[in-house]
Ligand binder design. Structure first.
Ligand code: AMP
Length: 421
């Protein structure tokens, strides 16, 4: 128990944290290009925020939240996603009074009591963006194009962008009625979740992973056939923008997304080599959310990308960069008396901005050289008894194999000079 983490959690170890840093660097670069700024919200919120902001007919709220009562008997939930928190923060901090639209991005851990498997965890990380305040399809195209730019910049190919429109509160009731009519005589064959979805949120039946439900939903009416004029022209506008920008997409009328607050545009990016967990990005418009959370009716759109899945995809396509552990200098003390001076030199090197390390294990000379090669270190600064007495160090260039005896005080300036070459 003490030596095993909770199910569905994973340690990010030093041999892969460099890959995370690489992905995060690309996120920051792309978001900077698109003029999105970072927001960091707490990992826990009042449970009520997610009940309202995600919707109580969703799997997340029904089955997946980590909810607990704190010591003051408040109901608290570890965030299962970041949109509701971003909207809460937008309202609480009056971000609407700044220049509009408000364009935010976030990177951080999310928590869902999901069934763990490859690409599905209970603590996982999302990179997401939110563009709040703009109505027309151009911002939808921008949001989609940011996701595509990010994945392209990582070098991922084989990606498939799926788009759909889930309508709005004007046209959805018509579609809902049509769907209920379609499923009426099939209802008893559906899974128990879908039987309750039939009354509460029949669109979600289309998105059920159960094979029988998928079979029975073949031939179901499409939302796209029921869109009101405004939603229809919004969707047409989006397609035109994407086409003009050279972003290829496929319309998938079954893409309904699990969250109730989505309106109009819904989209997903799939990377099929990931198999069952092929969705790397999911997003859409949420024009109902801000009013639902207590603000003025305000449109918004965003997406979330699962970082673990992106890393799995990068691994599959051999696109992960080599992690650089190289250092400039390895200080090698030989004998106990030399250690204090070695540590002094190490400190001087590091304070001068030079990447340096030393032997802390009392290794033999041979073992220290082998160890220095593993980083690899560009130079080894050897201090034996003689060097100690003469206030010198033996500086070995590990690339050329050449070595020279230099004054101790010359070490830092020499290395700094080398670094400039
Ligand atoms: P969602 O917030 O459900 O729309 O998910 C957005 C993205 O987050 C998905 O496309 C996945 O890449 C990722 N994701 C969602 N749930 C998990 C999970 N349990 N484990 C790992 N990644 C996840």
């Amino acid at each position: 128990m003490l030596t095993t983490g909770p199910r569905g959690t994973k340690d990010i170890l030093p041999d892969s944290s460099g890959h995370w840093q690489y992905v995060e660097k690309i996120i920051r670069e792309v978001c900077n290009n698109f003029a999105y700024q970072e927001i960091r919200t707490p990992v826990f919120e009042h449970t009520e925020l997610f009940l309202r902001g995600i919707g109580d007919t969703t799997d997340i709220v029904e089955k997946e939240m980590y909810t607990f009562t704190d010591r003051a008997k408040r109901s608290i939930t570890l965030r299962p996603e970041n949109t509701a928190s971003a909207v809460r923060s937008y309202l609480e901090n009056k971000l609407y009074s700044g220049p509009q639209p408000t364009k935010l991005f976030y990177i951080g851990p999310m928590f869902r009591y999901d069934r763990p498997q490859a690409g599905r965890y209970r603590q996982f990380h999302q990179f997401g963006i939110e563009a709040i305040g703009a109505q027309g399809p151009a911002i939808d195209a921008e949001v989609i194009s940011l996701a595509v730019a990010f994945l392209n910049k990582l070098g991922l190919s084989d990606l498939k962008l799926l788009i759909n429109s889930v309508g709005c509160p004007q046209c959805r009731p018509v579609y809902r009625a049509k769907l209920q009519e379609f499923f009426q005589d099939k209802r008893s064959h559906l899974c128990s979740d879908c039987q309750s979805r039939y009354d509460r949120n029949p669109m979600r039946i289309l998105d059920c992973k159960n094979e029988t439900c998928a079979e029975y939903s073949q031939g179901a009416p499409h939302m796209l056939d029921c869109l009101c004029e405004e939603c229809d022209s919004h969707f047409a506008g989006l397609q035109e923008l994407l086409t003009t920008a050279g972003i290829s997409f496929v319309i998938n009328p079954r893409l309904v997304r699990g969250l109730d607050y989505y309106t109009k545009t819904a989209f997903e990016i799939q990377y099929s080599p990931l198999g069952a967990q092929s969705a790397v990005c999911g997003g859409g418009r949420y024009d109902g959310l801000i009013a639902e959370c207590g603000g003025q009716p305000t449109p918004g759109i965003g997406f979330a990308i699962g970082i673990e899945r992106v890393l799995l995809a990068l691994e599959k396509q051999a696109l992960l960069p080599l992690i650089n552990t190289a250092i400039d200098v390895f200080v090698a003390p030989l004998g106990t008396e030399t250690r204090a001076v070695a540590f002094q030199l190490l400190t001087e090197l590091r304070y001068a901005g030079i990447a340096a390390d030393m032997d802390f294990m009392n290794r033999s000379l041979k073992a220290q050289m082998k160890y220095a090669n593993k980083y690899p270190a560009k130079f080894v600064a050897l201090i034996g008894e003689n060097e100690l007495a003469e206030q010198k160090v033996m500086l070995k260039n590990m690339e050329t194999g050449s070595q020279e005896l230099i004054a101790r005080t010359a070490l830092v300036p020499m290395i700094l000079e080398e670094m400039e070459k």
